[in-house]
Structure formats: structure tokens, C-alpha cells
Design a protein around this ligand. Structure first.
Ligand SMILES: NC(=O)c1ccc[n+]([C@@H]2O[C@H](COP(=O)([O-])OP(=O)(O)OC[C@H]3O[C@@H](n4cnc5c(N)ncnc54)[C@H](OP(=O)(O)O)[C@@H]3O)[C@@H](O)[C@H]2O)c1
Length: 263
């Protein structure tokens, strides 16, 4: 017998990636397309999203399409998921990745800030998961959902040795969505649907690029691997969790954080 190496193929599958046009989501889109899946990207407002996603499709020879839809808009999500299922599907997997943050001291935070963060990071994740979960349950189809949470579900990030990064709605929303992951996993295991969280550490994206370089240098310097990740370094875990190699994994939270949580 000749060793054939280890490959994971998503040929014939259709993966939905929210926020798949930029940052970590863009790396997920490329990785899924490279593995052979048709990809459907949900985005909110980036004017170049359609072009970016079409380019991924062309590069890897798969069907790839961007759909403009706010993850917190239930009607739009239900309609769009049904459209994707018809156009590129049947949908076989979801990466619920879109997320936002508001950075302000606690005393300045408003209810509007709370809604801005929780509508996307918690309700938005639920909304898309429910729309796809419902499809799968109705037609007795198995599936896998990967939720992009964050190591911030466990810690309060710092800006220097003494001060926190003031984004308590973001960190608490990630704790909430990591628990939501467990709840969905528990409810939907009987339907053959696995739900896991992938929790990145610091990654070079638009979300972190706007931070002061001094803060980024401090954050990178205090974690074991000593640097921020590139978005591509998040993709191996997502590929594994979406694949059948993860058939006994559900309700877990997997940290891809350069060792940050060991301290
Ligand atoms: N970067 C990090 O260091 C880091 C660390 C831990 C966890 N994370 C998590 O990883 C995920 C991706 O982060 P990122 O840094 O790659 O973010 P990013 O570069 O800021 O991109 C955010 C993406 O989410 C989409 N999005 C935001 N709100 C949306 C909404 N209401 N409906 C639909 N799409 C929406 C955006 O669409 P538009 O382009 O249309 O705006 C964009 O594609 C987030 O959940 C984030 O919390 C990031």
C-alpha cells in the first residue's frame, strides 16, 4: 500500500460564510473554495464584496457568490438562506463568522452600543444558524456549524501591563456566543448537526489594524508565540470541524490563539 497523505475534500458541498469577504472570513472563503466547496458569502456593506467573492470562485474553479444581508435581519436571512440553497446548494455547512466591536470605557457605553454588538455577535449568529438548522432538520440532513467566537470569551484583553482594552460588550458577547454554541450542539445533536466554536487570538485584520501600534506590540509581546496570526492560520481548525473527521466533536470551543490562554 502506498501512503496517500492526508486530504480533506469539500467537492460537491456548499458552505455559507458570514463576513466571508474580509479578514478571517475571507481566509475561510478561500480555504473552503480551495478544498472544492461552492461558497456563499453574506456581508453587510462592503462595496467590493461581490467582486472579491467572484474572484475566489474564479481562482479555485467553484461557484462563489456574495449576498448582501445583515445577519441580524431575520426576514432577509431566511429569504437569503433559502435562495442560496436553491442557487448553490444544498447547503452543507456554515461558518457564522461576522462580528463587530465597540471600544469605549464602560461609563460611556450606551444601549445602542450594546445592540450594535449583540445584534451581530450573538443574535446574528443565532439567526443564520437557525435558518440553516431548520432547513437541515426539515429534510433530515446532517450538517456542521462553526461559530467564530474569540479567546475574549474567556479573558479581558489588555492594552499594556496595567490597563484593559475597554470593550466589555464585545468580550461578554463572545462569552455568550460560546455558550450558545454548547446549547445549539445539545439541542441539535439528535438531528446529526454538530456545532462548535473556533476562538481566534489576535489576528491581523481590519478589526485589529485600527488599534495603536504600541497596543498591538504589547499584545503580541505577551503571548507565547510572540506575534499576531495571519487570517490563513485560522483555517485548518475550521476545515477540520466542518469535515467528517470531526464526527465526534460537538459543543466544543477550540482556541487558535498562539498560546495566549496558557497565562
Ligand atoms: N481579528 C481578530 O484579532 C479577531 C480575534 C478574535 C475573534 N475575531 C472574530 O473573528 C470574526 C471576524 O473578524 P475579522 O477581524 O475578520 O473582522 P473584520 O475584518 O472587521 O470583518 C468583519 C466582517 O463581518 C461582516 N459583518 C459585520 N457585521 C455584519 C452584519 N451585521 N451582517 C453581515 N455581515 C457583517 C463584515 O461585512 P462588510 O465587509 O460588508 O462590512 C466583514 O465581512 C469576528 O467574529 C471577530 O469578532 C477576530
Amino acid at each position: 500500500m502506498t501512503a496517500a497523505g492526508f486530504t480533506i475534500s469539500f467537492v460537491g458541498q456548499c458552505i455559507v460564510i458570514t463576513g466571508g469577504n474580509r479578514g478571517i472570513g475571507h481566509a475561510f472563503s478561500c480555504a473552503m473554495a480551495k478544498a472544492g466547496a461552492n461558497i456563499a458569502v453574506l456581508y453587510r456593506s462592503s462595496p467590493d464584496a461581490e467582486e472579491v467573492v467572484a474572484k475566489i470562485g474564479k481562482q479555485f474553479g467553484v461557484n462563489a457568490k456574495a449576498y448582501k444581508c445583515d445577519v441580524s435581519d431575520t426576514k432577509c436571512i431566511n429569504d437569503t438562506i433559502s435562495k442560496i440553497d436553491k442557487e448553490l446548494g444544498p447547503i452543507t455547512g456554515l461558518i457564522a463568522n461576522a462580528g463587530v466591536s465597540v471600544v469605549k470605557p464602560a461609563l460611556e457605553l450606551t444601549q445602542e452600543d450594546f445592540n450594535k454588538v449583540y445584534d451581530v455577535n450573538v443574535f446574528g449568529v443565532f439567526n443564520v444558524s437557525r435558518a440553516i438548522g431548520q432547513l437541515w432538520i426539515e429534510r433530515k440532513q446532517k450538517g456542521s456549524i462553526v461559530i467564530t467566537s474569540s479567546m475574549s470569551s474567556q479573558i479581558i484583553n489588555k492594552t499594556d501591563s496595567k490597563n484593559p482594552l475597554t470593550q466589555i460588550f464585545y468580550n461578554s458577547s463572545k462569552a455568550a456566543v460560546s455558550n450558545l454554541t454548547k446549547g445549539l450542539a445539545a439541542e441539535w445533536a439528535q438531528h446529526g448537526i454538530r456545532v462548535n466554536a473556533l476562538s481566534p487570538g489576535y489576528v491581523n485584520t481590519d478589526q485589529t489594524a485600527h488599534m495603536d501600534k504600541k497596543i498591538r506590540d504589547f499584545q503580541a509581546g505577551q503571548l507565547p508565540l510572540g506575534r499576531f496570526a495571519q487570517p490563513e492560520e485560522m483555517t485548518g481548525q475550521a476545515i477540520l470541524l466542518l469535515s467528517d473527521h470531526a464526527s465526534y466533536m460537538t459543543g466544543g470551543e477550540y482556541f487558535v490563539d498562539g498560546g495566549q490562554l496558557v497565562y
